[in-house]
Design a protein around this ligand. Structure first.
Ligand SMILES: O=c1ccn([C@@H]2O[C@H](COP(=O)(O)O)[C@@H](O)[C@H]2O)c(=O)[nH]1
Length: 242
């Protein structure tokens, strides 16, 4: 494909369940890995490591290849700064961008207002409680609610402030679906196959169980990027087999 021409063939196709976290340190390693995938298999996530290494160049390359991109920079700053960053993300053509719900209502409202005039605004997602955190680690930060209550509180605030959904663990998906209905997006990292190790994740679930619990999208990094057959693994998840 001519790299300067946007591949529009997939734009109207529904998104797939998995967002693959491209946690690599260079464009070269990333593009090598992405060669094994196709835009109709999954969405891609660019987070802090890869974005720090490659900036907007790689985001735009992958958008041009027809991938929906989740720019996972978890903004947490004053309202004006986060709103301006969301506009730049929208200009890059990303599909989804996130911020910490703990940045508060005014920060999230400013972000929602900033992208409201785009014809295809990115989905705005707020991080509730990181999937690496346990109950005691949350308490150490001064937040003394049980994790699931903290997640519900932050998710309700996010929805009121105009977010399209939240990042949470799939372990909270059933509760959030009861409280917030079926339209609000639940983006769930901490996904592990039954044979995988947890790594630094703490609140985990298998892909099949997470989708059954109400997850909208499964964020998966190491289980896919370190697999010998990433494409076959994605196909099995897409078919609901694992
Ligand atoms: O609560 C959160 C928010 C973001 N993440 C990100 O998701 C991936 C998970 O990667 P794995 O290798 O599957 O653990 C990673 O990029 C995190 O930054 C998260 O894990 N939890």
């Amino acid at each position: 494909m001519n790299p300067l021409m946007l591949d529009t063939t997939l734009i109207n196709q529904p998104a797939k369940p998995v967002i693959v976290a491209l946690d690599f340190a260079s464009a070269e390693k990333t593009l090598d890995f992405v060669q094994q995938l196709e835009p109709n298999l999954c969405q891609l996530k660019i987070g802090k490591e890869l974005f720090t290494a490659t900036g907007r160049y790689l985001v735009e390359q992958l958008v041009l290849q027809g991938y929906r991109i989740f720019l996972d920079l978890k903004y947490h700053d004053i309202p004006n700064t986060v709103a301006s960053a969301c506009k730049v993300a929208a200009d890059m053509g990303v599909w989804m961008v996130d911020m910490h719900a703990s940045g508060g209502r005014r920060m999230m409202e400013a972000a929602a207002e900033a992208v409201s005039n785009y014809s295809q605004p990115p989905l705005l997602i707020a991080v509730t409680v990181l999937t690496s955190m346990t109950q005691s680690e949350l308490a150490e930060t001064g937040m003394n609610l049980p994790i699931d209550e903290a997640v519900v509180r932050l998710a309700e605030l996010s929805r009121q402030a105009g977010m399209n959904g939240v990042v949470c663990s799939a372990q909270e998906a059933t509760l959030l679906r009861q409280q917030l209905g079926h339209e609000f997006l639940l983006v769930t990292p901490g996904i592990r196959l039954s044979t995988d190790i947890k790594d630094d994740q703490r609140r985990i679930m298998t892909p099949k169980a997470a989708l059954a619990a109400g997850s909208s999208y499964l964020v998966m990094g190491r289980p896919i990027t370190q697999s010998e057959y990433p494409s076959a693994l994605l196909q099995q998840i897409n078919q609901g087999l694992i």
